[in-house]
Design a protein around this ligand. Structure first.
Ligand code: AMP
Length: 439
């Protein structure tokens, strides 16, 4: 199937060709014709599946026809959970819509100046991308007119609900025309998302896309540590030995991300942190620096890192476990992008094994546990707690894998010939799973 088979205007397909897209991804192949037919849609698709173009292309197609509505308000509204994702969506809209010379977009996100956004709203807007909180701020000031809105897109709806935006979303939706087309994208369509979707859509078409491969494979490793200090030593070892280009390290807290970034900067890495309390222009600068390779290690919290699409990120390290199992998928999806391979390493204290198990239950597979020679944990998680027992292997149930390039520890000795940290005899048992791209 080609983009030209989907009923899109040549001005749009030309831009796609120039962007190097040859054929639609599965979510695009199914969603674009359905959206062009005017249906409401409920689409379960992951980041990395090409979902942004799946809703932007039919949106842009609508904009190729002149509006009959009056006023300056947006014809398309895309709601996203985070600022970074909103900016990414606007950037993609400008890329795919670059031949629609009249196209005007507005991006309303928190942390950025009101003045600029207010000026954008005083002119006609075709496509608006917004986070719910900031959009509500502008709505309260009477600056947004939805009377000519044709299409509402909720991107990563599950995440918006997780972030507590339900009331804002309901208020925003209530301000839009009832005859709008509504398109909802979410990793899952179950539970509260399903209930919200029922309320917001009319006879929606359901499109469920199986998790897809974007070409890149993510190799996953799980390393248990006795305690925080042990984790720090593992991290130090990984960064020294992994041979990474760029890495994103996830911490559980904002303060934790700042402290770790400072520590790594002291150790000589070009490191920076990214979290939701940073002013928006600072966050933008950090992301630009990451894209340009000026930052090699980004220490981030979950929300801030969502939507980061930088193909040169070779490694994701979960320094702290994600609070929610699904965040694991989003985190590791920061690597293995644009068809490249990536490595995801999760550090967990042994006492946290039940949290690892929850992630594995969500994934419906185990993350293979490995050890670094000479840096093994002194205690192991209980059997079945995320540790894979290999039959026919060594007596301790671990197996030896051939060392693959990009693996941080396979076949390598800890730097300095062993730290003396683990008292038991060094094992060279490394296990790794070459998991399919999860998003
Ligand atoms: P998304 O799921 O929207 O975050 O997209 C993931 C990545 O795939 C982005 O880098 C897009 O630019 C890219 N992409 C989207 N659609 C296509 C396509 N049809 N062919 C190739 N790459 C694509």
């Amino acid at each position: 199937m080609q983009f030209t088979d989907l009923g899109l205007a040549p001005t749009i397909t030309r831009a796609l060709e120039e962007a190097g897209y040859t054929s639609p991804t599965p979510v695009q192949g199914e969603s674009i014709p359905a959206a062009l037919a005017g249906n409401d849609l409920l689409v379960s698709a992951q980041t990395g599946s090409g979902k942004t173009a799946a809703f932007l292309l039919p949106s842009l197609q609508k904009l190729t026809v002149k509006s009959e509505g009056r006023g300056n308000g947006p014809r398309i509204l895309v709601l996203t959970p985070t600022r970074e994702l909103a900016q990414q969506v606007e950037k993609n809209a400008l890329e795919y819509g670059k031949n629609l010379r009249w196209l005007r977009t507005a991006c309303l996100v928190g942390g950025a100046s009101f003045g600029f956004q207010t000026r954008a709203l005083s002119r006609p807007v075709d496509l608006m991308v917004a986070t719910p909180g900031r959009l509500m701020d502008h709505m309260r000031q009477g600056r947004v007119d939805f009377s000519r809105l044709e299409m509402l897109v909720l991107d990563e709806a599950d995440r918006m609900l997780d972030m507590g935006f339900i009331e804002d979303i309901e208020t925003i939706v209530a301000a839009t025309p009832a005859n709008r087309q509504t398109v909802l994208f979410s990793a899952t369509l179950d539970g509260t998302v399903g209930k919200l979707a029922e309320k917001l859509t009319r006879q929606p078409q359901r499109i469920e896309i199986a998790r897809v491969e974007s070409g890149g494979q993510i190799e996953e490793h799980l390393l248990y540590a006795d305690d925080q200090r042990h984790k720090d030593r593992l991290l130090e070892h990984i960064l020294k030995e992994a041979g990474f280009d760029q890495a994103v390290i996830f911490t559980a807290t904002k303060i934790g991300s700042e402290e770790l970034a400072d520590k790594l900067a002291d150790q000589g890495y070009s490191a920076a942190c990214l979290h939701g309390d940073m002013p928006q222009n600072w966050r933008n600068r950090t992301l630009n620096d990451l894209r340009r390779g000026r930052i090699r290690v980004l220490v981030a919290t979950d929300v801030a890192a969502r939507g980061i699409d930088v193909p040169t990120i070779t490694h994701v390290i979960n320094y702290d476990l994600p609070k929610q199992a699904e965040d694991y998928v989003h985190r590791i999806g920061r690597t293995g992008r644009a068809g490249r391979d990536g490595t995801a390493i999760t550090l967990a204290e042994t006492r946290e094994f039940h949290r690892v198990r929850r992630i594995e239950q969500y994934l419906k597979r185990q993350i293979n546990e490995g050890v670094i020679e000479g840096m093994e944990p002194t205690r192991r998680p209980p059997k079945g707690g995320g540790q894979r027992r290999h039959t026919g292997g060594k007596p301790d149930g671990q197996r030896r894998h051939g060392s693959g390039s990009g693996q941080p520890y396979a076949g390598r000795k800890p730097s300095g010939g062993g730290s003396g940290y683990a008292k038991r005899a060094p094992r060279s048992a490394n296990s790794s799973s070459r998991a399919p791209r999860a998003d």
